[in-house]
Ligand binder design. Structure first.
Ligand code: FAD
Length: 433
């Protein structure tokens, strides 16, 4: 049984680790050179927030301690208003739970090294998939030495949001896709260490909510921060001079300016990334070719769940192989049946969280809501759990999270209506007396 995994990013490398434990012969094909020997691409999501779902997958392959050794826990959001003091909002009711800022490169390298530690796993770098016959399991790669053709019993596409595997399945008329681009793009900026120290609190995910735009910053182990500026895609081009950029940031992000000496260079040199949600139907063909991770269902990054969700895909596929006695023909459709509603739920929640981060986090009403929510969690432990906690600090399936939060809100609404009714009746009774 030969398995070909196309794309040795986070999903593909983790998948290779899981399949290696089954004793399968796996070859990873990656279009880029070996990341362990080269320099990371400029301006491409340097760090990620990894939470319970991602950690759960890493625990299963014994890699969690190694990855967490370099992680920076972020216990809450630090809101940066245009003027006035910073506002820290803890993620959990008890204030003791954190999401973790992790270097994408370090995580990818650790997964690649762990996968290739198994003798039956190999990686072919600088192999870009250009053709696929999904029925025959035949793949053609463009390499620096020309085109290379290989065959595999199982083909797994983990080649990201712009997946070539998905494109080939689309061309074969096997899948349909719906790619909804957000009208926002993103650009990475940096805050270097100041005198060898973090320039901002490293225990928080920093947010500058500005309505039409938003910036976030996550800490890195070298004591720098990577900022991501989200803005309507066309807006970035309007700032094209050093003076214009500095003026814009002085007006909208005044506390960033003194902390970001490379702002102008970062802004002018770093690319604008696109964001979107990918829906694909189906995810598998002939019981031998399938899509996982972003290739099947990329989402917008506002819940910090894309990679966490992709890691959960890998855990679920492994479970499906267990449940079907290792039959790929049965495991792949089962995987899709079990995962689809969950990936759709997180896609929806991620879009909703953009509005929350961009517009709501700074408002007094939102702050009050969060305080009430945390009070309820303390009052009714295990009964009332916020959406954020269920998404980030549990492995409750995303669709169940959506359902449970809806029920909690209905219950809260009904309780509030009943309380208001009782209060009204009491007031009336007093008036009649
Ligand atoms: P990718 O990471 O895109 O990897 C795909 C791999 O396939 C790459 O190595 C690529 O080179 C290779 N490839 C592509 N085409 C081919 C081809 N034709 N042939 C061979 N190889 C190919 N998620 C979180 O969980 N937490 C976060 O905080 C978070 N923040 C994010 C911030 C931003 C700005 C963005 C854009 C995303 C963020 N995400 C986050 C989402 C996360 O990055 C993705 O969900 C995750 O990278 C998906 O992994 P993947 O391996 O499926 O795809």
């Amino acid at each position: 049984m030969k398995v070909a995994i196309v794309g040795a990013g986070l999903t593909g490398s983790l998948l290779a680790c899981f399949l290696a434990r089954r004793g399968l012969t796996v070859t990873l094909y990656e279009r880029r050179p070996d990341p362990r020997t080269g320099v990371a691409e400029r301006g491409r999501s340097i760090n990620l927030a990894i939470s319970e779902r991602g950690l759960d997958a890493l625990r299963r392959i014994g890699l969690v301690d190694q990855v967490m050794a370099d992680a920076l826990p972020m216990m809450g959001r630090m809101i940066h208003p245009v003027t006035g003091p910073l506002d820290f909002q803890s993620y959990s009711a008890a204030g003791d739970r954190a999401i973790n800022s992790i270097s994408r490169g370090t995580l990818n390298n650790a997964l690649l090294t762990a996968a290739t530690a198994a003798p039956q796993v190999s990686v072919e770098f600088e192999h870009r998939l250009v053709e696929l016959d999904s029925q025959a399991g035949q793949l053609v790669f463009a390499t620096p030495r020309g085109k290379v053709s290989v065959t595999a019993d199982i083909v797994l596409g983990t080649d990201g949001a712009g997946s070539a595997v998905r494109e080939q399945l689309l061309a074969e008329g096997i899948v349909a896709e719906d790619v909804n681009f957000l009208d926002y793009g993103y650009k990475e900026l940096s805050i270097p260490a100041a005198d060898g120290e973090f320039a901002l609190d490293p225990g928080a995910l920093h947010i500058w909510p500005r309505g039409t735009s938003m910036m976030i910053a996550l800490p890195n182990p070298d004591r720098s921060f990577t900022c991501t500026l989200f803005w309507p895609a066309g807006s970035f081009d309007a700032l094209d001079s050093a003076g214009g950029i500095e003026d814009h940031f002085r007006l909208n992000y005044p506390d960033l300016l003194p902390l970001a000496p490379n702002l102008v260079d970062d802004y002018l040199s770093n690319p604008v990334g696109v964001l979107g949600t990918v829906h694909t139907l189906p995810w598998q063909a002939h019981g031998r070719t399938a899509l996982l991770g972003d290739a099947a269902h990329a989402i917008v990054p506002f819940y910090g769940q894309g990679a966490n969700c992709a890691f959960e895909d890998v855990v679920e596929l492994d479970r499906c192989l267990d449940d079907t006695g290792g039959s790929w023909a049965r495991a792949l459709p089962l995987f899709e049946a079990r995962r689809r509603e969950n990936t759709e739920a997180i896609a929806e929640m991620a879009l909703a969280n953009f509005i929350e981060m961009r517009d709501k986090v700074a408002s007094p009403v939102f702050r009050l809501q969060k305080r009430v929510e945390h009070a309820l969690e303390r009052l009714l432990p295990g009964t009332y759990v916020s959406r954020y906690e269920l998404v980030s600090f549990s492995t409750t399936p995303y669709a169940e999270v959506r359902h449970r939060v809806h029920r909690q809100h209905q219950l809260l609404g009904a309780t509030a209506v009943a309380a208001a009714g009782a209060l009204l009746a009491l007031t009336r009774r007093k008036r009649h007396r």
